[in-house]
Ligand binder design. Structure first.
Ligand code: ADP
Ligand code: MG
Length: 331
């Protein structure tokens, strides 16, 4: 079992940023309104994610660490996935590659804590905390020095964590995020902060994108709203006159998941084809939302790729949504 966990862990957890991604997604799935993340030494020695979500009852703590135990799907319809998680692999994987502690409190229950080291799960013991969950992962890959060797510098890993948190924060503007670097110990240094945004969904999104992609982008971007055959497109796209700042590129999301998808990037470029020089990159943050049955997120455990049931519809939606909005804006 420990060996199985270690092998699977290699697929899900490639580097500290992948651990952060899994933990923040769990916090989002738990309905958190505020998520605090801390890392030390690029996440190599410490990753800490704390949320105010639904928490975990003491009796369920050990279950959360069991392989393929997920509270999010009953197995009857693997295609109907509304949450980030559905495999029940992240926590057992993290327990296999680092020293993991989970402290949680659910409504109507006392707080409890459980630890797992080298695949050995301790008995849950009483703890003190408010509603929510805190996961602490120390010494990632301590048992697999070969993986440790392939990590990049602490600075690069810290940057990857920051990018990951910002991407997830773009898609959850109603949630507050704080990221700290605690390498020196103590409270550490806040490296990213985004307060929960208010207003309607679009206002919240605009506020969040302004925070993350900068005022230069937000002030030079137009709203994109379109719909086609059950797929909805929304987001902000830069005017062709905007010369992009270094931090802005193409950010694409499908049902709230950050994705890297060549088809969608191609569609984004095609939407700008007539108004942007070929050597320039359009800056945009676009969100496609649809019934989970219309898109397959099972392509890879890291879940960065998607497969639309009708790729042509998704492509057409992005191309025409952009062209229409750009034309309306006089381009
Ligand atoms: P998955 O997210 O695919 O269900 P994980 O291994 O990431 O699998 O988590 C296992 C289970 O642990 C989840 O299904 C959930 O019930 C519980 N869990 C994990 N993280 C949290 C959290 N932050 N808040 C509440 N429950 C959590
Ligand atoms: Mg998960």
């Amino acid at each position: 079992e420990a060996a199985v966990n270690r092998i699977a862990a290699g697929e899900v957890i490639e580097r500290p940023a992948s651990a952060v991604k899994e933990l923040v997604e769990n916090a989002l799935d738990a309905g958190a309104t505020r998520i605090e993340i801390a890392q030390a030494d690029g996440g190599k020695t410490l990753i800490h994610v704390s949320d105010d979500g639904c928490g975990i009852a003491p009796d369920d703590l050990a279950l959360a660490l069991a392989r393929h135990a997920t509270s999010k799907i009953d197995g009857s319809d693997l295609l109907d996935i509304h949450s980030f998680g559905f495999r029940g692999e992240a926590l057992p994987s993290l327990g296999a590659v680092g020293r993991l502690t989970i402290t949680a409190r659910a409504d109507g229950h006392d707080a409890a804590e459980i630890a797992v080291t080298g695949g050995q799960v301790s008995a849950a013991k009483p703890a003190a905390r408010g509603r929510g969950t805190t996961v602490t992962l120390r010494d990632l890959f301590y048992a697999t020095p070969a993986r440790l060797k392939f990590l990049r510098t602490e600075r690069a890993e810290a940057q990857a964590i920051s990018d990951t948190v910002k991407r997830l924060a773009m898609a959850a503007p109603q949630v507050g995020f704080v990221l700290r670097d605690v390498s020196g110990g103590g409270e550490g240094r806040v490296t990213f902060r985004a307060e929960a945004e208010s207003g309607d969904l679009f206002e919240a999104l605009e506020g969040r994108l302004r925070r993350i992609l900068g005022a230069g982008f937000a002030d030079n971007a137009i709203r994109i709203v379109a719909e086609r055959e059950g797929l909805r497109l929304s987001g902000l796209a830069a005017l062709p006159t905007y010369s992009r700042g270094a931090a802005v590129a193409q950010h694409l999301f499908v049902n709230g998941r950050p994705v890297r998808d060549r088809m969608l990037i191609g569609a984004l470029r095609a939407g700008y084809r007539d108004v942007l020089a070929r050597d320039r990159h359009p800056a945009a943050a676009l969100f496609i939302d649809c019934d989970p049955r219309l898109v397959d997120v099972n392509v890879h455990p890291a879940k960065a790729e998607v497969r639309f049931r009708e790729p042509g519809v998704a492509r057409g939606l992005v191309v025409s949504g952009l062209r229409h909005a750009l034309a309306e804006a006089g381009h």
